[in-house]
Design a binder for this molecule. Structure first.
Ligand SMILES: Cc1cc2nc3c(=O)[nH]c(=O)nc-3n(C[C@H](O)[C@H](O)[C@H](O)COP(=O)(O)OP(=O)(O)OC[C@H]3O[C@@H](n4cnc5c(N)ncnc54)[C@H](O)[C@@H]3O)c2cc1C
Length: 396
């Protein structure tokens, strides 16, 4: 099929099925409608166009898959390009058992399954290979015990992507396994934590004798670190491409770059220092978009890509910088808060929420280490516990 034929096919399909006006004006809740739309996208093979047909894709190459995504973007229809962005489905497709894929790939693409990441623990964050949650195999299942923390969306999740130790007698990176843990079971207790933004999206998760079927193991036993690298690459790629915007819901601009619009509104657009700050912030974002496109072209299915760390680090800098410029534009007005002061509310929220990207998914410092060691080829950090059996590693 030529590019033009493909563009026509996608365009015709969207014209026949995508009815944004009906969706926006409907009185019912969005969720089932959105799910019905996603089901159509998945069924037609547009959700993950790079994937084989067996897994609901179209087997397209990257160039043609981009055409599909661009056609969806042109009419603002969601659901396509999940073969780049759906962390859960991509990790499952790359490393899952046939049974688990058959059960969950389609519901994941349709957005019907709630997911969370059970990685961090009180004693293992940046040093994730130090996890002490354990999974012991008994017959055809594993029994899991331990504690996780900072787990976003755990309260609503159906499954958690879990890393747990299955072998204590080998060095720390080699004794970890990767699972899809069913969250809705008596052995999983979720307690919310309050964030700096006054929201409670993340949680503590206490796991006591929870059961995970053996078919929910991704990769081989003890191969969890490698599976994790695949999952982290997808996570960092998503975080490097986009971030949450303001939460006030106030429409900010009329097609104009937001920082320029805010400066115009505040009468600060003729200030030369402000103009430079704004230009720099916009420049960072443009550069990151180009760099992300370059990195994405390198990310083959099922491999980790340390270059994704560059995009995530850049996005962290962009978010902090944009929040700083917003605050500078507002001046003393940024001290206000509440619904009567949406501009200040937005600036303050964005300043605080920027830490989501600079800590979640691995901190800025860790991304710098990865870039230094795996992209630039600098010597590795000394790690005294890397090669000894985990059982002998001192714990806090
Ligand atoms: C909003 C948000 C959502 C999150 N969601 C999830 C989630 O869903 N699931 C999940 O598992 N986790 C989640 N996390 C946790 C996140 O991944 C960890 O907080 C992060 O990896 C850092 O670990 P830590 O908090 O234990 O800090 P530590 O590892 O204790 O680090 C403390 C400080 O030391 C620095 N540091 C540590 N080691 C090094 C080193 N080798 N070189 C240089 N500096 C170093 C760090 O950069 C940091 O500044 C979330 C975090 C946030 C903020």
């Amino acid at each position: 099929m030529t590019d033009e034929e493909l563009r026509e096919e996608v365009g015709a399909w969207l014209a026949a099925h995508w009815k944004p006006a009906a969706r926006e004006t409907g009185a019912d809740s969005m969720a089932p409608r959105k799910s019905a739309w996603m089901a159509k996208v998945v069924e037609a093979g547009w959700a993950a166009p790079r994937w084989p047909r067996q897994w609901l894709g179209r087997g397209l190459d990257d160039h043609q898959a981009r055409i599909v995504e661009m056609e969806f973007a042109r009419v603002r229809a969601p659901g396509s390009g999940q073969d780049r962005t759906n962390l859960w489905a991509n990790t499952l497709l790359a490393r899952g058992t046939e049974a688990l894929k058959a059960r969950l790939i389609a519901p994941l693409l349709r957005g019907e399954v709630g997911m969370c990441l059970l990685y961090s623990e009180p004693g293992a964050g940046s040093d994730l290979a130090g996890v002490r949650t354990r999974a012991d195999r008994i017959d055809n299942h594993f029994v899991v015990n331990g504690q996780k923390v900072w787990t976003s969306s755990a309260a609503t999740a159906d499954y958690g992507m879990l890393i747990a130790r299955t072998d204590w007698d080998v060095p720390k990176h080699r004794g970890i396994s990767f699972f899809f843990l069913p969250m809705k079971q008596p052995g999983v207790e979720v307690l919310p934590l309050r964030q700096i933004t006054n929201e409670s999206h993340f949680n503590e998760v206490f796991i006591t004798d929870a059961i995970v079927p053996a078919e929910n193991l991704l990769g081989e036993m003890g191969e969890g670190w490698r599976v994790l690298q695949t999952a982290l690459a997808y996570e960092r790629s998503v975080m490097g491409e986009a971030a949450r915007g303001p939460r006030s819901g106030v429409a900010e601009t009329k097609g104009e770059e937001v920082l320029i619009a805010l400066a115009r509104e505040a009468g600060a657009l003729s200030d030369p220092v402000m103009r430079q700050d704004i230009a720099r912030a916009i420049g960072y974002r443009e550069l990151n978009a180009l760099n992300t496109a370059r990195a994405k072209a390198d990310l083959a299915q099922g491999t980790s890509s340390p270059i994704m760390s560059l995009g995530k680090l850049a996005m962290s800098r962009i978010l902090h910088e944009e929040a700083r410029v917003r605050t500078a534009i507002l001046g003393a007005g940024s001290l206000m808060e509440g619904p009567d002061h949406p501009r200040a509310e937005d600036a303050n929220f964005l300043a605080l929420n920027a830490y989501f990207t600079s800590i979640g998914g691995g901190t800025d410092q860790i991304q710098r280490n990865i870039i230094g060691e795996r992209v630039l080829g600098l010597p590795k950090e000394p790690e005294i516990d890397r090669d000894i059996p985990f059982r002998e590693v001192r714990g806090g």
